[in-house]
Design a protein around this ligand. Structure first.
Ligand code: FAD
Length: 346
């Protein structure tokens, strides 16, 4: 365990929002996680686990200890048909993909360049370009901080859904993910369902071509958090009744919609925001990105409250026009821990 000298969180959240914690500590092992937790409990301090800080918004100073999970390690085993990879929660997700590529282990290319740590990937079941974490997950290891008990959940026990898992519900507070197990088939199958990848032919496309295409598309569409603070898609794509989706489609035939199940349809949140002409709209230093309406950015010195006000405005405008209430994908962190993001912007 080591304690950072500064208590400023700006460098530890990709929104680049300024907020202070009481302590910022780095945990490189389960033992150090448990000892930081025990110390904080002794002082009645709240605890916040953080990976890359790419899916959080600090709404005010945090009155407790932030633990940066930096448990490392990549172990690779194989059978005749698959690769089995055990990865420490503190490894960087994209670096893992590149590391595996160098060993000619493929299957994660559609999820390239998603910021953050491996241990955070199961929490919201990260997804992009037609792939989701759940497709490659074998298990998730986590520890109950109060007792020190280690628990392993197999993928089918993790309740993975669209940007959702059991780690946002039953195992949210007082648990830390310490490692994940991935299973990648040796017979590689390209995933080309996403529009931008449909140009490739299944017969001769290579993993490198998909990796490069995904990286190029992401770099051209999404602002780089190093240059412009943001947390990627701010809102989830709303899932609406098939009836409402049909009503919108008849008025706006170009509205992007994807079947969710028999009764409901997923609608592109970025398109809804764009229809409200909100690109570039700003409150203080918080703004809707001019190229990608789903991304809210920090132009420099935006406060958490500016971003909340902007998100509330976006939600209201979309609700007025389409009767759809957007919900944040980003997790809101208040002074004592996570707060209800929907309530904050309602
Ligand atoms: C430019 C950009 C593009 C993005 N694109 C995508 C995308 O295409 N698809 C997608 O799904 N997401 C995307 N995201 C969102 C984000 O990258 C993912 O949600 C990522 O998995 C978050 O990882 P993190 O380590 O940064 O998590 P953090 O932001 O550090 O943490 C997220 C939440 O998990 C909790 N947490 C963190 N680590 C642990 C742990 N070890 N144990 C228990 N709880 C923990 C935190 O307390 C917090 O509540 C994007 C973000 C950015 C900035």
């Amino acid at each position: 365990m080591s304690v950072c000298e500064s208590t400023q969180l700006k460098a530890f959240n990709t929104f680049g929002v300024s907020a202070y914690a009481y302590h910022i500590c780095i945990a490189t092992s389960i033992e150090s996680l448990l000892s930081i937790w025990q110390e904080a409990m002794g002082k009645h301090h709240p605890i916040l686990l953080l990976g890359g800080g790419s899916n959080v918004l600090f709404t005010e100073n945090f009155k407790g200890s932030v633990i940066l999970n930096r448990i490392s390690g990549i172990e690779i085993k194989e059978s005749d048909t698959a690769w089995y990879i055990h990865v420490g929660a503190g490894e960087n997700w994209h670096d893992l993909i590149i590391h595996l590529f160098q060993k000619q282990i493929y299957g994660l290319e559609n999820l390239a360049l998603i910021p953050g740590n491996v241990g955070s990937a199961p929490i919201q079941n990260i997804g992009a370009y037609g792939a989701e974490f759940k497709n490659v997950c074998e298990y998730v290891d986590f520890v109950e901080l109060r007792t020190g008990n280690s628990i392993r959940l197999m993928a089918d026990e993790c309740q993975f859904g669209y940007r959702d898992s059991i780690f946002k519900h039953k195992y949210k507070d007082g648990y830390a993910i310490t490692a994940v197990g991935l299973c990648l088939n040796k017979v590689w199958e390209p995933k080309l369902t996403y529009g931008g990848l449909a140009q490739f032919s299944r017969e001769d496309v290579t993993p490198e071509q998909i990796l490069n295409a995904v990286c190029e598309m992401r770099q051209s569409k999404l602002p780089d958090p190093v240059l412009m603070g943001n947390a990627g898609s701010f809102f989830k794509n709303p899932i609406t009744s098939a009836e409402l989706a049909q009503q919108i489609k008849s008025e706006y035939p170009d509205c992007p919609q994807y079947p969710h199940n028999e009764y409901s349809v997923k609608i592109a949140a970025g398109w809804l925001i764009d229809q409200c002409h909100l690109k570039g709209y700003s409150i203080g230093d918080a703004a809707v990105h001019t190229k990608q309406a789903l991304v809210l950015i920090n132009k420099g010195n935006a406060k958490g409250q500016d971003i909340i006000a902007l998100a509330a405005h976006v939600r209201n405008k979309v609700a007025e026009k389409f009767n759809i209430f957007l919900e944040p994908e980003v997790r809101f962190i208040g002074s004592e821990g996570e707060i209800d993001a929907v309530e904050c912007i309602s």
